[in-house]
Ligand binder design. Structure first.
Ligand code: AKG
Ligand code: FE2
Length: 265
């Protein structure tokens, strides 16, 4: 991506609250991701969460340098991955309804909103992004994600239901990534097409914001090892809340210092 293209995607995020980054996955990577999603779904109890622990292709979600650069531009160098879900939407699936993300553990959690806020959410800064990897091409027919451009700026916590002025499907090529501010009103649109729509849903947060999962505890050792120097940051080890006293805690690894290793939980 050239500097001009990067600046263009930043401008789109600032204006519309979303953009589509092209060519993040190759055709081959999409084929492999699709096959692995299928395989996971074939299992007795399909589990399409924490995908990075389940097949190496899913480790690519945090390994593409220009994607990381874009995420960190908005969320800081120590931005953390908040989840990694797979999604297979089948023909006939209805529209998912408009919502903002971050309604369960994040800043759009209604139950956590104090009266003093007057039902106004935080819109001044980007607190989280959601990244949807289009493992299939996203089209109007197969239920492309639809968004309301600029809605991330609206402070009301209440999300109106369609039809909403400006609501538009985001058609996107296979291998591209739809990136949006978690405040952006969005949802899956109705699938009226013929073939399943495959996607990876990978939300990111500022490191001090509560995530969907405590991935620092969930990530497998070999996965973390392969993530190299970046791993401790991306999986939130270096931003973990200490469960020991400061003098006993190693912030960089998110674990007890060597001499307190016996206190490891
Ligand atoms: O599947 C889609 O198109 C939307 C998914 C979504 O709303 C999300 O990942 O938060
Ligand atoms: Fe969502």
């Amino acid at each position: 991506m050239t500097e001009e293209e990067f600046a263009e995607h930043v401008l789109r995020m600032n204006l519309d609250g979303y953009t589509v980054l092209p060519n993040v996955f190759t055709e081959e990577e999409c084929d492999e991701a699709q096959a692995q999603l299928e395989q996971l779904t074939d299992a007795d109890a399909p589990a399409l969460e924490c995908l990075f622990n389940k097949a190496q292709i899913f480790e690519r979600i945090y390994q593409v340098p220009e994607l990381l650069r874009y995420v960190r531009y908005f969320l800081g160098e120590d931005a953390i991955l908040s989840g990694a879900y797979g999604s297979i939407r089948h023909p006939g699936a209805g529209s998912g309804g408009l919502h903002s993300d971050g309604a369960i553990t994040g800043p759009n959690r209604r139950q956590s909103m104090p009266l003093a806020d007057g039902d106004r959410r935080i819109t001044s800064h980007v607190l989280g992004l959601n990244l949807i990897f289009c493992i299939s091409e996203f089209t109007v027919a197969n239920g492309a994600t639809h968004v309301v451009p600029g809605s991330y700026k609206i402070p009301d916590i209440e999300v109106p239901q369609p039809p909403v002025h400006g609501l538009r499907p985001v058609e996107a090529a296979r291998g591209s990534v739809l990136v949006f501010n978690i405040n952006t009103w969005h949802g899956a649109s109705a699938h009226t097409g013929e073939a399943p729509r495959y996607a990876l849903l990978t939300p990111w947060r500022r490191c001090w914001l509560r995530s969907e999962y405590d991935l620092a505890l969930m990530v497998k050792e070999d996965v973390l090892e392969r993530a190299g120097e970046e791993g401790a940051t991306i999986f939130g080890l270096s931003s973990r809340i200490p469960y020991l006293e400061g003098r006993q805690w190693d912030r960089s690894t998110g674990a007890p210092k060597a001499e307190w290793a016996h206190l490891h939980r």
